[in-house]
Design a protein around this ligand. Structure first.
Ligand SMILES: [Zn+2]
Length: 306
Protein backbone atom coordinates (compact mmCIF):
# COMPACT_ATOMS: atom_id res chain seq x y z
CA UNK A 1 0.00 0.00 0.00
CA UNK A 2 1.55 3.28 -1.12
CA UNK A 3 0.82 6.82 0.04
CA UNK A 4 -0.89 7.60 -3.29
CA UNK A 5 -3.25 4.64 -2.87
CA UNK A 6 -4.51 6.07 0.41
CA UNK A 7 -6.52 8.76 -1.38
CA UNK A 8 -9.17 6.15 -2.34
CA UNK A 9 -9.40 4.72 1.16
CA UNK A 10 -11.28 6.02 4.16
CA UNK A 11 -11.75 4.91 7.74
CA UNK A 12 -14.77 2.55 7.77
CA UNK A 13 -15.65 3.86 11.25
CA UNK A 14 -15.69 7.63 10.63
CA UNK A 15 -14.79 8.25 6.93
CA UNK A 16 -11.55 9.95 8.03
CA UNK A 17 -8.30 10.02 6.01
CA UNK A 18 -5.53 7.53 6.59
CA UNK A 19 -1.84 7.86 7.06
CA UNK A 20 0.70 5.06 7.30
CA UNK A 21 2.02 4.96 10.85
CA UNK A 22 4.47 2.31 12.05
CA UNK A 23 3.34 -0.17 9.37
CA UNK A 24 -0.31 0.28 10.27
CA UNK A 25 -3.00 2.56 8.85
CA UNK A 26 -4.02 5.29 11.24
CA UNK A 27 -7.21 7.33 10.90
CA UNK A 28 -6.45 11.04 11.21
CA UNK A 29 -9.95 11.73 12.51
CA UNK A 30 -10.86 9.03 15.08
CA UNK A 31 -7.32 7.76 15.66
CA UNK A 32 -8.25 4.12 14.99
CA UNK A 33 -5.37 1.86 13.98
CA UNK A 34 -5.73 -0.86 11.35
CA UNK A 35 -3.21 -3.68 10.91
CA UNK A 36 -1.60 -4.43 7.56
CA UNK A 37 -1.02 -8.16 7.14
CA UNK A 38 1.37 -9.20 4.33
CA UNK A 39 0.46 -6.03 2.43
CA UNK A 40 -3.30 -6.41 3.05
CA UNK A 41 -4.84 -3.72 5.29
CA UNK A 42 -7.57 -5.15 7.53
CA UNK A 43 -10.25 -2.47 7.39
CA UNK A 44 -13.11 -4.21 9.14
CA UNK A 45 -15.19 -2.68 11.91
CA UNK A 46 -16.99 -4.48 14.72
CA UNK A 47 -20.04 -4.34 12.44
CA UNK A 48 -18.52 -6.95 10.09
CA UNK A 49 -19.50 -9.55 12.69
CA UNK A 50 -23.22 -8.75 12.24
CA UNK A 51 -25.60 -11.48 11.24
CA UNK A 52 -25.68 -12.07 7.45
CA UNK A 53 -26.46 -15.17 5.43
CA UNK A 54 -22.74 -15.90 5.59
CA UNK A 55 -20.24 -14.58 8.13
CA UNK A 56 -16.54 -13.71 8.22
CA UNK A 57 -15.97 -17.06 9.97
CA UNK A 58 -17.89 -18.88 7.22
CA UNK A 59 -15.64 -17.41 4.51
CA UNK A 60 -12.45 -17.84 6.54
CA UNK A 61 -13.32 -21.54 6.79
CA UNK A 62 -14.06 -21.72 3.05
CA UNK A 63 -10.69 -20.18 2.12
CA UNK A 64 -8.67 -22.12 4.68
CA UNK A 65 -9.93 -25.44 3.29
CA UNK A 66 -7.52 -26.73 0.63
CA UNK A 67 -10.32 -28.80 -0.92
CA UNK A 68 -12.35 -25.66 -1.60
CA UNK A 69 -9.31 -23.92 -3.08
CA UNK A 70 -8.73 -26.86 -5.43
CA UNK A 71 -12.40 -26.80 -6.49
CA UNK A 72 -12.17 -23.05 -6.99
CA UNK A 73 -9.15 -23.53 -9.27
CA UNK A 74 -10.97 -26.23 -11.21
CA UNK A 75 -14.06 -24.05 -11.74
CA UNK A 76 -11.77 -21.20 -12.78
CA UNK A 77 -10.47 -23.37 -15.60
CA UNK A 78 -13.93 -24.16 -16.89
CA UNK A 79 -13.72 -22.33 -20.13
CA UNK A 80 -17.44 -22.29 -20.79
CA UNK A 81 -18.05 -20.03 -17.80
CA UNK A 82 -14.95 -18.07 -18.55
CA UNK A 83 -15.78 -17.35 -22.16
CA UNK A 84 -19.41 -16.70 -21.46
CA UNK A 85 -18.45 -14.11 -18.88
CA UNK A 86 -15.88 -12.81 -21.31
CA UNK A 87 -18.68 -12.41 -23.83
CA UNK A 88 -20.56 -10.29 -21.34
CA UNK A 89 -17.51 -8.28 -20.42
CA UNK A 90 -17.10 -7.67 -24.15
CA UNK A 91 -20.25 -5.59 -23.92
CA UNK A 92 -18.18 -3.14 -21.90
CA UNK A 93 -15.70 -0.98 -23.79
CA UNK A 94 -12.72 -2.32 -21.82
CA UNK A 95 -10.28 0.16 -23.36
CA UNK A 96 -11.96 2.98 -21.51
CA UNK A 97 -10.71 1.51 -18.20
CA UNK A 98 -7.04 1.49 -19.20
CA UNK A 99 -5.14 3.46 -16.59
CA UNK A 100 -8.29 3.72 -14.44
CA UNK A 101 -9.39 2.33 -11.07
CA UNK A 102 -11.08 -1.07 -11.16
CA UNK A 103 -12.55 -2.83 -8.09
CA UNK A 104 -13.71 -6.41 -7.59
CA UNK A 105 -16.00 -6.67 -4.58
CA UNK A 106 -15.93 -10.04 -2.80
CA UNK A 107 -12.68 -10.95 -4.56
CA UNK A 108 -11.83 -14.06 -2.48
CA UNK A 109 -10.75 -16.74 -4.98
CA UNK A 110 -11.56 -14.36 -7.85
CA UNK A 111 -12.41 -16.17 -11.08
CA UNK A 112 -12.08 -13.11 -13.31
CA UNK A 113 -9.48 -10.65 -12.04
CA UNK A 114 -6.59 -12.12 -14.01
CA UNK A 115 -8.70 -12.29 -17.17
CA UNK A 116 -9.70 -8.64 -16.80
CA UNK A 117 -6.16 -7.63 -15.95
CA UNK A 118 -5.02 -8.99 -19.31
CA UNK A 119 -7.88 -7.29 -21.08
CA UNK A 120 -7.65 -3.94 -19.30
CA UNK A 121 -3.94 -3.35 -19.01
CA UNK A 122 -2.52 -1.33 -17.46
CA UNK A 123 -5.17 -0.42 -14.91
CA UNK A 124 -5.16 0.01 -11.17
CA UNK A 125 -6.77 -3.19 -9.90
CA UNK A 126 -8.25 -3.29 -6.43
CA UNK A 127 -9.96 -6.17 -4.67
CA UNK A 128 -11.91 -6.29 -1.44
CA UNK A 129 -13.03 -9.31 0.53
CA UNK A 130 -14.32 -9.76 4.06
CA UNK A 131 -12.11 -12.81 4.65
CA UNK A 132 -8.36 -12.39 5.16
CA UNK A 133 -7.58 -15.94 3.89
CA UNK A 134 -9.73 -15.08 0.81
CA UNK A 135 -7.73 -11.85 0.33
CA UNK A 136 -4.43 -13.73 0.62
CA UNK A 137 -5.35 -16.23 -2.12
CA UNK A 138 -6.38 -13.39 -4.41
CA UNK A 139 -3.18 -11.41 -3.79
CA UNK A 140 -1.08 -14.55 -4.32
CA UNK A 141 -2.75 -15.15 -7.70
CA UNK A 142 -2.86 -11.45 -8.66
CA UNK A 143 0.29 -9.83 -7.22
CA UNK A 144 -0.27 -6.65 -9.29
CA UNK A 145 -3.52 -5.92 -7.40
CA UNK A 146 -4.12 -3.91 -4.25
CA UNK A 147 -6.18 -6.08 -1.94
CA UNK A 148 -7.95 -4.90 1.19
CA UNK A 149 -9.89 -6.86 3.77
CA UNK A 150 -13.18 -4.97 4.05
CA UNK A 151 -16.96 -5.16 4.13
CA UNK A 152 -19.09 -3.82 1.26
CA UNK A 153 -21.82 -2.82 3.73
CA UNK A 154 -19.29 -0.61 5.49
CA UNK A 155 -16.66 -0.05 2.82
CA UNK A 156 -13.21 1.44 3.44
CA UNK A 157 -13.39 3.29 0.09
CA UNK A 158 -14.52 6.82 -0.68
CA UNK A 159 -17.77 7.13 -2.61
CA UNK A 160 -17.48 7.71 -6.37
CA UNK A 161 -13.88 6.40 -6.51
CA UNK A 162 -13.90 3.71 -9.20
CA UNK A 163 -14.31 3.70 -12.97
CA UNK A 164 -15.37 0.04 -12.99
CA UNK A 165 -16.79 -1.96 -10.08
CA UNK A 166 -17.81 -5.59 -10.47
CA UNK A 167 -18.78 -8.65 -8.46
CA UNK A 168 -19.66 -12.20 -9.41
CA UNK A 169 -21.60 -14.44 -7.02
CA UNK A 170 -21.54 -12.12 -4.03
CA UNK A 171 -24.76 -10.22 -3.34
CA UNK A 172 -26.88 -13.36 -2.75
CA UNK A 173 -24.94 -13.94 0.48
CA UNK A 174 -26.57 -10.89 2.11
CA UNK A 175 -30.02 -10.69 3.68
CA UNK A 176 -30.66 -7.84 1.26
CA UNK A 177 -28.95 -8.41 -2.11
CA UNK A 178 -30.55 -5.11 -3.18
CA UNK A 179 -28.72 -3.17 -0.44
CA UNK A 180 -25.45 -4.97 -1.21
CA UNK A 181 -25.79 -3.99 -4.89
CA UNK A 182 -26.62 -0.40 -3.92
CA UNK A 183 -23.42 -0.37 -1.83
CA UNK A 184 -21.44 -1.30 -4.99
CA UNK A 185 -23.17 1.56 -6.84
CA UNK A 186 -21.96 4.13 -4.29
CA UNK A 187 -18.34 3.36 -5.13
CA UNK A 188 -18.72 4.01 -8.89
CA UNK A 189 -17.74 7.42 -10.31
CA UNK A 190 -20.13 9.34 -12.54
CA UNK A 191 -19.49 7.96 -16.03
CA UNK A 192 -18.19 4.70 -14.55
CA UNK A 193 -19.59 1.21 -15.02
CA UNK A 194 -20.99 -1.43 -12.63
CA UNK A 195 -21.27 -5.12 -13.53
CA UNK A 196 -22.88 -7.63 -11.19
CA UNK A 197 -23.67 -11.31 -11.70
CA UNK A 198 -25.57 -13.36 -9.14
CA UNK A 199 -27.11 -16.86 -9.06
CA UNK A 200 -30.52 -17.24 -10.68
CA UNK A 201 -32.30 -18.68 -7.67
CA UNK A 202 -35.88 -18.46 -8.92
CA UNK A 203 -35.96 -21.02 -11.72
CA UNK A 204 -34.45 -24.50 -12.22
CA UNK A 205 -30.91 -23.69 -10.95
CA UNK A 206 -32.42 -22.48 -7.67
CA UNK A 207 -34.65 -25.56 -7.39
CA UNK A 208 -31.59 -27.79 -7.79
CA UNK A 209 -29.79 -25.91 -5.02
CA UNK A 210 -32.91 -26.31 -2.87
CA UNK A 211 -32.66 -30.09 -3.12
CA UNK A 212 -29.15 -29.93 -1.68
CA UNK A 213 -30.21 -27.27 0.84
CA UNK A 214 -27.45 -24.90 -0.25
CA UNK A 215 -29.94 -22.08 -0.36
CA UNK A 216 -29.71 -21.66 3.39
CA UNK A 217 -26.70 -19.41 2.68
CA UNK A 218 -28.38 -17.53 -0.20
CA UNK A 219 -31.06 -14.94 -0.93
CA UNK A 220 -32.37 -14.45 -4.45
CA UNK A 221 -32.83 -11.23 -6.39
CA UNK A 222 -34.50 -10.91 -9.78
CA UNK A 223 -33.09 -9.30 -12.90
CA UNK A 224 -35.83 -6.64 -12.69
CA UNK A 225 -34.95 -5.79 -9.08
CA UNK A 226 -31.24 -5.51 -9.94
CA UNK A 227 -32.07 -3.13 -12.78
CA UNK A 228 -34.32 -1.13 -10.47
CA UNK A 229 -31.51 -0.85 -7.92
CA UNK A 230 -29.10 0.56 -10.51
CA UNK A 231 -31.65 3.03 -11.88
CA UNK A 232 -32.50 4.17 -8.31
CA UNK A 233 -28.80 4.84 -7.79
CA UNK A 234 -28.37 7.04 -10.85
CA UNK A 235 -27.40 4.45 -13.47
CA UNK A 236 -28.63 3.71 -16.96
CA UNK A 237 -28.71 0.03 -17.93
CA UNK A 238 -26.18 -0.99 -20.58
CA UNK A 239 -27.21 -4.63 -20.68
CA UNK A 240 -28.84 -7.26 -18.45
CA UNK A 241 -29.89 -10.86 -18.82
CA UNK A 242 -29.09 -14.48 -18.02
CA UNK A 243 -25.71 -16.17 -18.40
CA UNK A 244 -24.20 -19.61 -18.03
CA UNK A 245 -26.22 -21.12 -20.89
CA UNK A 246 -27.93 -24.46 -20.40
CA UNK A 247 -26.08 -25.26 -17.21
CA UNK A 248 -28.55 -25.37 -14.32
CA UNK A 249 -26.11 -27.55 -12.32
CA UNK A 250 -23.25 -25.09 -12.56
CA UNK A 251 -23.72 -23.46 -9.19
CA UNK A 252 -24.00 -26.78 -7.45
CA UNK A 253 -20.71 -27.75 -9.00
CA UNK A 254 -19.03 -24.53 -8.01
CA UNK A 255 -19.91 -25.34 -4.41
CA UNK A 256 -18.00 -28.56 -4.89
CA UNK A 257 -18.73 -29.94 -1.46
CA UNK A 258 -20.54 -33.13 -2.42
CA UNK A 259 -18.70 -35.98 -0.78
CA UNK A 260 -16.03 -37.12 -3.22
CA UNK A 261 -16.81 -40.79 -2.69
CA UNK A 262 -20.55 -40.61 -2.89
CA UNK A 263 -22.29 -42.11 -5.90
CA UNK A 264 -23.91 -38.75 -6.51
CA UNK A 265 -20.55 -37.01 -6.73
CA UNK A 266 -19.17 -39.58 -9.17
CA UNK A 267 -22.32 -39.34 -11.28
CA UNK A 268 -22.28 -35.59 -11.16
CA UNK A 269 -18.60 -35.05 -11.92
CA UNK A 270 -18.27 -37.72 -14.62
CA UNK A 271 -21.60 -37.72 -16.40
CA UNK A 272 -23.94 -34.83 -15.64
CA UNK A 273 -21.33 -32.09 -15.65
CA UNK A 274 -19.62 -33.09 -18.95
CA UNK A 275 -23.04 -33.44 -20.62
CA UNK A 276 -24.06 -30.03 -19.35
CA UNK A 277 -20.76 -28.64 -20.62
CA UNK A 278 -21.43 -30.09 -24.07
CA UNK A 279 -24.81 -28.40 -24.03
CA UNK A 280 -22.96 -25.13 -23.77
CA UNK A 281 -22.07 -25.34 -27.42
CA UNK A 282 -25.37 -23.49 -27.37
CA UNK A 283 -23.37 -20.50 -26.13
CA UNK A 284 -22.60 -19.82 -29.75
CA UNK A 285 -26.27 -19.10 -30.15
CA UNK A 286 -26.60 -17.46 -26.72
CA UNK A 287 -29.33 -19.81 -25.58
CA UNK A 288 -29.64 -18.23 -22.19
CA UNK A 289 -32.94 -18.22 -20.41
CA UNK A 290 -34.66 -17.34 -17.18
CA UNK A 291 -35.59 -20.97 -16.71
CA UNK A 292 -32.23 -22.72 -17.20
CA UNK A 293 -29.33 -20.31 -16.91
CA UNK A 294 -27.45 -20.34 -13.61
CA UNK A 295 -26.65 -16.62 -13.41
CA UNK A 296 -28.36 -13.27 -13.80
CA UNK A 297 -26.29 -10.22 -14.68
CA UNK A 298 -26.80 -6.51 -14.90
CA UNK A 299 -24.42 -3.90 -16.25
CA UNK A 300 -24.98 -0.16 -16.06
CA UNK A 301 -23.30 3.22 -16.36
CA UNK A 302 -23.58 5.88 -13.68
CA UNK A 303 -24.98 9.05 -15.14
CA UNK A 304 -24.92 11.14 -11.97
CA UNK A 305 -23.53 11.11 -8.46
CA UNK A 306 -26.01 10.56 -5.67
ZN1 LIG B 1 -11.74 6.99 11.78
Amino acid sequence: MLEKDLSLLQCPRCEGDFQIHKEKLRCNKCNSFYDIYDGIPILLTEDAAREEKTSVTYWDNVWRDKKNIRENERVKKKSEIYFEMAGIFNAIPAREFIGKNVLEVGCGGSLFMDYLNKKISPASFWGMDISLPGCKITLYRNPYAKIVCGDIMNPPFRKNSFDFVYSVGLIHHFYSPYDALAAHANLVKAGGVLFCATPNLFALPGKILDIFSYKKTMVGITREKMEECLVENGFEIIKSGYIGGLQPFLMLESYGSLDKFSLLYVLFRNIISPLASLSNIAFMFRLNSYFLSPFIFVCGRKISNY
